[in-house]
Design a protein around this ligand. Structure first.
Ligand SMILES: [Zn+2]
Length: 412
């Protein structure tokens, strides 16, 4: 058996199994007893409901990821990639256009597979627990917009990268890195103004007590806010959130309307303080640099696999091409990207503690911060007792009880 094929299939199965084991342990780890911190926030019935939500979500993920795994392996072994490649070449265009057709058909197939699962998740599971607000119309228009963005932005970038590797041998990966980093930077600037508004409405927070309090805090902490926005998160779900986005002129803090609805002014200032903490502590820039390093690593390693015949045999391909190399390398890179994502989560959880600390030390209201975290958990039916392995692998935020414990230990 081809060594690349063996490696790829082993890793596909391995990553499924790791996910399966961590999910299984996670459900096993559920405690019948409501953690003390949450007494008065959950009644027995609602706590049970949060656990059923976790079970339903987990079962669904078992089935959907198994389906993706099996379909993927069958597609590889049955020579699906070669079939798509021959179709792409049948139009008789050059390498670049054939590559664009090749990747588009693959993305289309992937999307078709994903739609029923995503619909089930939204309209059955989320609906059952009272979260869903997405209409069929929004659901469909989201799919169309996402795909249009991929075609308009992703496809030309893909074509340029293929061209680099066809034209410039040893320097190609450097040009590819520069191009991708350029677009990454460009999008952090323009996404908040050009792309995100395609999906949600962002309106400047209206004048009033909340805005005054938030601004006073920001002025006190010497934070120049370029914009404080309310987003219609309620268009899709009752779940609530807040985030920080953009750079420079386009920097903005976004609060979901669902968050504003359910929290007091002091709790919302705590949330803002936490988001500002990410900025003040340099987390945003550090993550950006990590992502650049990742881009460099990807293209550097990729450059050794361009036109690798063994890799094409693994996918039963008749023709060797640059665009095929890009796609197949993606499979080889999966284990590396898995390890990197775990590392990124470890760092992110550390940053969350730092931001909580920043918020508490500057706003000096640990009660409001804790209250906000508790309400967020209850409203989103978060799992209060996740398993360590699940947290280690997938959690970008520490479990809420650990955050609350850490907040209690902060001296102000
Ligand atoms: Zn955070």
């Amino acid at each position: 058996m081809n060594i690349y094929l063996l490696i790829i299939i082993i890793f596909l199965i391995l990553s499924y199994l790791i996910g399966f084991i961590s999910d299984y342990l996670n459900v096993k780890n559920m405690s019948e007893v409501l953690p003390k911190e949450f007494e008065g926030y959950y009644d027995a019935e609602k706590y049970k409901k949060s656990q059923n939500y976790l079970k339903d979500k987990t079962n669904f993920s078992f089935i959907s990821s198994l389906f993706v795994l099996v379909t993927g392996i069958v597609f590889i072994l049955a020579g699906g990639f070669n079939f798509v490649d021959k179709f792409a070449r049948s139009f008789g265009y050059g390498e670049i256009v054939s590559g664009m057709i090749f990747i588009s058909v693959l993305m289309l197939l992937l999307n078709i597979i994903k739609i029923p699962f995503s619909a089930y998740n939204t309209f059955v599971i989320e609906e059952k627990y009272g979260f869903n607000k997405t209409t069929i119309k929004t659901f469909i228009s989201d799919i169309i917009k996402n795909n249009l963005l991929l075609i308009l932005i992703g496809l030309p970038i893909f074509a340029v990268i293929v061209w680099f590797f066809m034209e410039f041998n040893s320097m190609a990966w450097v040009y590819a890195v520069l191009t991708v980093i350029f677009f990454e930077l460009l999008f952090t600037f323009i996404a908040p103004v050009l792309i995100m508004p395609l999906f949600n409405k962002y309106i400047p927070l209206e004048d009033g007590e909340l805005k005054t309090e938030l601004e006073n805090y920001a002025i006190r902490e010497n934070f120049k806010m370029k914009g404080l926005f309310k987003m219609d998160g309620s268009k899709r779900s009752t779940k609530s959130n807040a985030f920080f986005t953009g750079f420079g002129k386009f920097r903005r803090i976004v609060l979901f309307d669902t968050l504003i609805e359910k929290h007091t002014t002091q709790e919302l200032v705590s949330v803002l303080a936490h988001e500002m903490g990410h900025y003040k502590k340099g987390h945003i820039n550090k993550f950006m640099i990590m992502s650049f390093l990742n881009t460099i690593l990807i293209f550097f390693v990729l450059s050794f696999f361009i036109g690798n015949v063994g890799l094409f045999e693994a996918f039963s391909m008749e023709y060797v091409s640059v665009y095929g190399s890009l796609v197949f390398f993606g499979f080889l890179y999966t284990p590396i990207s898995m390890v990197l994502s775990v590392i990124q989560n470890v760092i992110s959880r550390k940053y969350e503690y730092e931001s909580d600390r920043y918020a508490v030390e500057t706003y000096k209201n640990p009660e409001a911060m804790t209250e906000a975290l508790k309400k967020l958990s209850v409203d989103n039916l978060s799992n209060l007792t996740p398993h360590k392995l699940k947290v280690f692998m997938e959690y970008s935020h520490p479990p809420v009880l650990e955050r609350i414990k850490a907040i209690k230990n902060i001296k102000i």
